[in-house]
Design a protein around this ligand. Structure first.
Ligand SMILES: NC(=O)c1ccc[n+]([C@@H]2O[C@H](COP(=O)([O-])OP(=O)(O)OC[C@H]3O[C@@H](n4cnc5c(N)ncnc54)[C@H](OP(=O)(O)O)[C@@H]3O)[C@@H](O)[C@H]2O)c1
Length: 244
């Protein structure tokens, strides 16, 4: 997949891994659009990368997803890459019954299944017919190493990421013979604000690769058409005695 001359939409692209992808695609000569819920964060991303197009969108809401699609295809007719990147991660202890499971929804209206799974599935359905009209196009789903090495503290997160892995596999098969290539980006631990400080609270002292370290092999892998992109972190592998 060429990394230049694309028009790329990245959900959750104003921070962390999404922003690193936005910067690399823009640097390589692609037009980049990012969306997220927080106006201030989108503004900060645009200050950092003035060429960026931004859009407020809560992908947990079906009406917002529909609006994002209508707006994006109306304003960016050449849009040819959808990156399903936005995600949330919450610690949930099932020994507490429904308390933890419902707490996040009550506190901030967030639901991991909605954001991490239902939204990328729905956005994929919305955008695929448009992407099929482009000469060369891609869907990039961001799953996680935790899809393969689940962590007991994060049962729902791990389940959603395992589902994104499975979805990416079947989607890749279904879209064979079309112009749409399906990539799965499988990050190891990357130092972002994904966990909202939970890693530190768990007593962790290592927070993973920086986004700058992470993004270099990722862009090479896109260019080489590696459809399942597993980035290893040697430091983490050594700490765990296995792959990161
Ligand atoms: N960091 C890691 O160690 C790691 C490892 C494996 C996989 N991943 C995956 O990588 C992806 C990016 O995460 P990150 O580490 O870069 O964390 P991050 O910086 O927290 O990025 C997540 C982004 O998603 C956006 N987002 C969250 N909920 C949203 C919603 N309902 N609607 C629209 N945007 C929403 C956030 O923006 P707003 O809050 O402003 O909406 C934020 O910009 C996620 O899918 C994550 O699961 C991360």
């Amino acid at each position: 997949m060429k990394t230049n001359g694309n028009t790329v939409l990245i959900t959750g692209g104003a921070t962390g891994i999404g922003l690193a992808l936005a910067e690399e695609f823009a640097r390589a000569g692609s037009e980049v659009i990012v969306c997220g819920r927080t106006e201030e964060t989108l503004k900060q991303a645009k200050q950092k990368l003035p060429s960026l197009h931004t859009r407020i969108c809560n992908i947990a809401k079906e009406s917002d997803r529909d609006d994002l699609y209508e707006w994006a295809v109306a304003n960016f007719k050449n849009l040819n890459i959808l990156v399903n990147n936005a995600g949330i991660q919450r610690m949930i202890d099932f020994k507490k019954g429904t308390a933890d499971l419902l707490r996040h929804r009550a506190e901030d209206g967030e639901d991991e299944v909605e954001v991490n799974l239902r939204a990328p599935v729905y956005l994929t359905a919305l955008f695929t017919p448009h992407l099929m009209k482009q000469k060369e196009s891609a869907i990039i789903n961001v799953s996680s190493g935790l899809a393969f090495y689940p962590m007991p503290e994060l049962p729902v997160y791990c389940a959603t990421k395992a589902a994104v892995h499975s979805f990416s596999q079947t989607l890749r098969q279904q879209l064979e013979g079309t112009t749409v290539r399906v990539f799965e980006l499988i990050p190891p631990m990357v130092d972002t604000n994904l966990d909202k400080g939970a890693r530190k609270a768990r007593g962790q002292t290592y927070f993973g690769l920086s986004t700058a370290e992470f993004i270099v092999p990722v862009m090479k892998a896109f260019a080489n058409n590696e459809f399942e992109i597993r980035v290893q972190d040697p430091k983490l592998s050594a700490m765990r005695g296995g792959p990161s």
